[in-house]
Design a protein around this ligand. Sequence first.
Ligand SMILES: Cc1cc2nc3c(=O)[nH]c(=O)nc-3n(C[C@H](O)[C@H](O)[C@H](O)COP(=O)(O)OP(=O)(O)OC[C@H]3O[C@@H](n4cnc5c(N)ncnc54)[C@H](O)[C@@H]3O)c2cc1C
Length: 370
Amino acid sequence: MAAPRHVEIAGGGFAGLATATAFRQRGWTARIHETAPELRSFGAGIFIWENGLRVLKVLGAYEAVIDNAHEAPAYEGRNEHNERISYHTLDGDCRMLTMTRQHLYAAMLAAAERAGVEFETSSEIIAADPDGALIGANGREYQGDLVVGADGVNSKVRTSLGVATERETFTHGVIRVLVPRGAHDLAETNPDNVINFWAPRLKILYVPCTEDILYMAMMVARDDVEATTIPVNKKVWCEELPFLAHIIERIGDDGRYDDYETTKLERMSVGRAVLVGDSAHPMPPTLGQGAGCAIMNALGLAVAIDEAGDDIRAGLDAWERRERPLTDHTQDVSGLYVRSRAGSDGSDKWDDAAMRTARHVPTGTEGVVF
Ligand SMILES: Cc1cc2nc3c(=O)[nH]c(=O)nc-3n(C[C@H](O)[C@H](O)[C@H](O)COP(=O)(O)OP(=O)(O)OC[C@H]3O[C@@H](n4cnc5c(N)ncnc54)[C@H](O)[C@@H]3O)c2cc1C
C-alpha cells in the first residue's frame, strides 16, 4: 500500500488547524509548526457566521463551539446620543454566533487532536521551497507533498515565495478587550444584542460572548494618539460615548491595538507551496469574516487536492479558481465598510454584498445537516 501523502503547515492559528484537520480527514498525515511555545489564540472575541459554522461542523468542532457561544437576537446601530439608527433581526437560516477567541480555538484544537494532527511548538518557519519543503529557523527542512503557509498577516512563507503583493493599511484600526458583563448594562435596549455605537471620532462594537463576558472592539483612527493608547484612555472614550461609561470603566489594563490591513496576492500558490488564511488575504474585521474565509479556504483546499488525485498543481489551480472570487469580494466589501463608515448613518448600503459570504455554502459542506 502507498504511504499516505503528507502536508507540512507553518502556523497553528485557525487556518493552520482547519487545513491540518481537513487533510487528516482525507487520509493525509499533517504536521503544524507553531512559532509560539504554546498553542493558543490571542485577541478577544470573534464572530462566526453560518458559512463558518458549516465548516466547523465538517471539521468536528461545531458541537463544542456552540456549547458556549452567544446567538444575539438582533444587530443594532446606535448614534452618539444613544438613539437607535438601525435594527436587524437575524433569521435561523443565517446565524451569527459570537464567542471568545480562546473558546473557538480550543474547540478547533481539540478537533485537530482527535483527527491525529501532529504539532511542533517553538518551531519557527522562515521560508518555503516550492518543490515541497518548509525551512525552519533551526536550519531543518521539513518535506511534504504539499507545504502550507498559514503563518498570518506578516507571513514569512509568503515573503519567501516572492509572490507579487499589494498591501494596504487603513486609516483606522481597533482596540480589542474582554470585560465582565454587568446586571444593569444597557437597560435602554436588549443587552444580548450586538450593538454598533457610532460617534464622530470613535466607535464601539458591543459584543456579548457568554452570559458573563463581553467583547468590545473599539475602532479609532490610527493617528489618534490619545485614543489608541493601551491601557485604554477611559477618559477620552467616556467623553465620546458617555452612556457607555459604566462599561468602559470596567476595562482592565490589558488589550491591544491593531491596524486594519489587507494584502492582495497575484496568486496564492507557487509549485507545491500554498498560502491559506491571513497570510494570503487579511481583511478588516468589519464583516467578521477573516477567520470564516480562512477556514472555508482551508477545507476547500483539501477537497480540491483530493479531487485532483496525483496532480497537486492542478488541484491548487482549481482551488484558487473556485474559492478566490468570494474571498476577493469579502476583502473588498470589508474595506469599503472601513472607508465609508457604512452603517454610521443607519443606511444598509452594503448589506446584500456583506451577507453574500455569510449565506455561502462552502465547498465540502454541501450535505451538512445541523
Ligand atoms: C480586530 C480584529 C477582529 C477580527 N474579528 C473577526 C471576526 O469577528 N470573525 C472572523 O471570522 N475574523 C475576524 N478577524 C480576522 C481573523 O482574526 C483572522 O482572519 C484569523 O485569525 C486568521 O487566521 P490565520 O490562522 O490565518 O492567522 P493567525 O490567527 O494570525 O495565526 C497565525 C499563526 O501562525 C503563527 N506563526 C506566525 N509566524 C510563524 C512562523 N514564522 N512560523 C510558525 N508559526 C508562525 C502565529 O503564532 C499564529 O499562531 C478579526 C481580525 C482582527 C484584527
